[in-house]
Design a protein around this ligand. Structure first.
Ligand code: INI
Length: 185
């Protein structure tokens, strides 16, 4: 391991502008995700001025708004938050599927990192467990995952950031697109 060139992403939110786009549906859960995301950004050096919150009706509506927000050039990264909870009909699959695919597309099309902080659970209990109780806070995880490393413009460019934050050690996994190819951290 000692001889392997390693690039580590910084967990530093200072100087970055974040948009949190969050759904109102299941707002008891989503509001906790928002609190987790904001708290994570502030603890990593962001100030409240660097964060804007945009609400949309439901998770299905996230991609449309996230696409516009990401394309606006006002933000370095977008954190999409929502909660889709399975009901008695196949509705869940359409809402969750379109939401995930649309958010990935918004990131691809704009080159702006979009974190997927949308819970997709079988029950309301599972959703609460992931919104600040026993299974952590996926809003906070999403906020940490989306921070892009600061690099010199002449250095490897952070492009689509596919960062995953491991809850145990805040380990980063950041895809960096370099001018010469793709390096993986
Ligand atoms: N939206 C959610 O965010 N979560 C859900 O669980 C959900 N369910 O189950 O229906 C949901 N539906 C609304 C949907 O996201 C749109 O807001 C609506 O269809 C209007 O476009």
């Amino acid at each position: 391991m000692d001889n392997i060139r390693t690039i580590n992403g910084d967990l530093i939110a200072r100087d970055l502008r974040f948009a949190i786009v969050a759904s109102r549906f299941n707002d008891l859960v989503v509001d906790s995700l928002i609190r987790g995301a904001v708290d994570a950004l502030l603890r990593h050096g962001a100030s409240e001025k660097q964060i804007e919150l945009i609400r949309v009706p439901g998770a299905f509506d996230l991609p449309f708004v996230v696409r516009r927000v990401a394309g606006s050039k006002r933000y370095d990264a977008v954190i999409a938050l929502g909660a889709v909870i399975r009901g008695a009909t196949p509705h869940f699959d359409y809402v969750a599927g379109q939401c995930a695919a649309g958010l990935a597309r918004a990131s691809d099309e704009t080159g702006v990192p979009v974190a997927f902080g949308v819970l997709t659970t079988e029950t309301i209990e599972q959703a609460f467990e992931r919104a600040g109780t026993k299974a952590g806070n996926k809003g906070a995880d999403a906020a940490i995952a989306v921070q892009v490393p600061h690099t010199d413009p002449n250095q490897p460019l952070p492009s689509v950031t596919c960062a995953t934050a491991a809850p145990s050690g805040w380990i980063w996994d950041i895809g960096l697109q370099t001018r010469r190819g793709v390096g993986h951290v």
